[in-house]
Design a protein around this ligand. Structure first.
Ligand code: SF4
Ligand code: SF4
Length: 445
């Protein structure tokens, strides 16, 4: 088995990371689809408030690519459609029926998949409303089904804080995993299934399905980092990837002929009432995963990872792509005589605090610890960058709007891992600048 290592990155020692305990929950009363968190250009609604929907009926589609649709992950009634600024559709809330109606899709077993051609597999995924589970690098957009990618990475790794344990995700669904990988193999001549060396449970359960082992700290297991280490030519830059839970959604659609809804969430963080895993369904309310009333005021709910996720309200819902919920204190109040305290509990990457000397878990909060200042050329950002970018140089090229220069500095390789911003003592929002520049460049293409 091939192995690649990433020497950079950070080993986060966060207090109250999710344990391997798995709690199974009953259905919530309502779920939501967070439209603005899905990789759709502009959504065109196919339902109105008050409409009845079945599991798998069409909720909305991309205005520019109508074939790209999102189906209802529940049977019930559209209770609310909430809009953001400029009437952009933000979320659809669905009240669940006790007995949810569902639509039926074509079923495939392993032999059917092996006998099918690429077109029928693509059609089944598109018609089943799960094409958005595939993402195209380097922009992490939804790829065009007609394009045959040079490589598809299947991510069976978890090395990000608050990412669900992949062994728990796979559970007893080995046949489903096998079916999912067969489906992906119909889409590209080259498929690489990988896991992290720390995910020993995946290796012992599904080692025969794994082609590649990755080693290293966060974000070594991110598909973009893996591609950076693996690719041999620029043509592979436009590879695709799919994550373990999404792969199981696609396989679930094929094996049952129903739109799948199962989701396992990792829950943790200093302010979380418990740290473990919860099995529920797509779009579940935050308040269904944790008792939000038991959480101290001044806490922040974060979906999608602590370095690149987004803030949720306590009465909000998990997005369809999200699998992790972190609950951390907002900014701690300024400490008295902070400069003269050793900081045994404070995270640091720059030897600013004595916590560097101990291996224990540390208190993380959401504070920036000060305003943005001028770059001091310390190179901390370059030291952690997993894809060997010089972030401070890339940032300068972006500020100067030098497209050729920022491409030469590796903008398209950027994993958007957030580490450069995290370690920057000058608090420069490097990752946000790279994300915006990448999105602008993608639009121009
Ligand atoms: S430039 Fe920053 S965000 Fe991009 S990969 Fe490097 S460390 Fe991560
Ligand atoms: S970490 Fe911040 S201050 Fe240091 S070189 Fe990078 S951008 Fe400049």
């Amino acid at each position: 088995m091939q192995k690649i290592s990433s020497k950079k990155g950070i080993d986060f020692r966060i207090r109250k990371l999710p344990s391997r305990k798995l709690i199974e929950l009953k259905n919530p009363d309502r779920i939501a689809v967070l439209v603005d968190k899905l990789p759709f250009g502009k959504a065109r609604l196919k339902v109105a408030a008050g409409d009845r929907v079945a599991l798998g009926s069409r909720l909305f589609e991309d205005k520019k690519r109508p074939w790209l649709k999102f189906l209802s992950p529940a049977g019930g009634q559209i209770e609310q459609i909430n809009y953001g600024p400029r009437r952009v559709i933000r979320e659809l809330v669905i009240k669940l029926d006790r007995h949810e109606e569902h639509l039926d899709f074509k079923r495939f077993d392993l032999q059917d998949v092996q006998a099918a051609d690429r077109r029928s597999i693509v059609d089944a995924i598109v018609e089943g409303g799960l094409w958005w589970t595939f993402r195209g690098l380097p922009f992490r957009d939804v790829p065009e089904p007609e394009v045959i990618p040079p490589l598809i990475l299947v991510n069976l790794a978890a090395k990000e804080p608050f990412a669900p344990d992949v062994e728990l995700v796979i559970g007893k669904d080995l046949d489903l995993l096998r079916l999912g990988i067969s489906i992906v193999k119909k889409l590209s001549p080259r498929v690489v299934v990988y896991t992290h060396v720390d995910n020993q449970g995946v290796l012992s359960k599904a080692g025969d399905l794994v082609d590649l082992l990755v080693d290293g700290n966060y974000p070594a297991a991110d598909p973009a980092t893996v591609l950076y280490r693996l690719k041999q030519s620029a043509s592979e830059n436009r590879s695709w990837y799919i994550n373990a839970q999404d792969l199981l959604l696609v396989a679930g659609l094929f094996s049952t002929g129903r739109f799948p809804t199962r989701r396992i969430f990792a829950v943790g963080g200093t302010r979380a009432p418990f740290a473990g895993h919860v099995e529920s369904r797509l779009g579940v309310p935050v308040g269904h995963l944790v008792d939000t009333h038991a959480i101290a005021p001044g806490s922040r709910f974060i979906a999608g990872g602590i370095l690149r996720g987004y803030k949720l309200e306590a009465d909000g819902f998990m997005g369809a792509l999200e699998t992790g919920l972190a609950i951390l204190p907002e900014d701690k109040e300024a400490e008295f005589m902070a400069l003269f305290r050793p900081g045994f509990n404070k995270p640091t990457n720059s030897r600013a605090f004595a916590s560097l000397l101990r291996r224990g878990e540390l208190e993380y909060d959401c504070g920036r610890q000060g305003p943005e200042r001028a770059c001091i050329s310390c190179m901390y950002c370059a030291d952690v960058c997993p894809v060997d970018i010089l972030p401070q140089m890339l940032y300068k090229a972006i500020l100067a709007e030098e497209v050729e220069e920022y491409l030469a500095h590796g903008l398209l390789d950027c994993v958007q891992c957030g580490l450069c911003s995290y370690v920057c003592p000058s608090k420069i929002e490097l990752t946000a600048a790279f994300e915006t520049a990448k999105a602008d460049y993608a639009r121009q293409q």
